[in-house]
Design a protein around this ligand. Structure first.
Ligand SMILES: [Zn+2]
Length: 145
């Protein structure tokens, strides 16, 4: 990370509904919120189930295996917290919900819809660990971290 003082990336807002997600991420685990009444998974974390409106939930551990549903490559505006061009992907997690994260360690012209990816973790602009999409089995070094 470079020049974090001038980043426009907002600080995370940690609440009692999303704290589990960021705590797990700090330990390299991906936890997904699940409604305990209807078992619908949801991400990002929220207080209420969008399917049945229940307030009851627990979490399931993700395998971190995913397939690339869509992606874009950002060129502008540039934030000092990221390297550009910056690929950002929307993936279908094996568990059946979706997640958005930056893509690291893959040539952008090699990105294809449906390709297998893995969710790793990388440091956020303000020092938090957040998901990052990589080739399956790649190390932090291979992902460019
Ligand atoms: Zn529900």
């Amino acid at each position: 990370m470079t020049d974090q003082q001038h980043t426009a990336v907002p600080r995370l807002t940690i609440t009692q509904d999303n704290e589990f997600f960021f705590s797990a991420a700090r330990e390299g685990r991906l936890e997904i919120q699940r409604c305990t009444d209807c078992e619908t998974l949801r991400h990002p974390p929220a207080p209420t189930c969008p399917h049945c409106r229940s307030l009851k939930w627990d979490t399931v551990a993700s395998t971190r295996r995913a397939t690339l549903h869509s992606f874009t490559v950002l060129h502008h505006p540039k934030d000092p917290s990221f390297d550009y061009p910056l690929a950002v992907g929307l993936v279908d997690l094996e568990e059946g919900t979706r997640l958005v994260a930056d893509i690291a360690g893959i040539d952008h012209d090699k990105l294809e819809f449906g390709m297998e990816l893995e969710v790793g973790f990388a440091e956020h602009a303000h020092g938090e660990m957040l998901p990052q999409l990589r080739l399956p089995g790649s190390t932090d070094e291979e992902a460019g971290r």
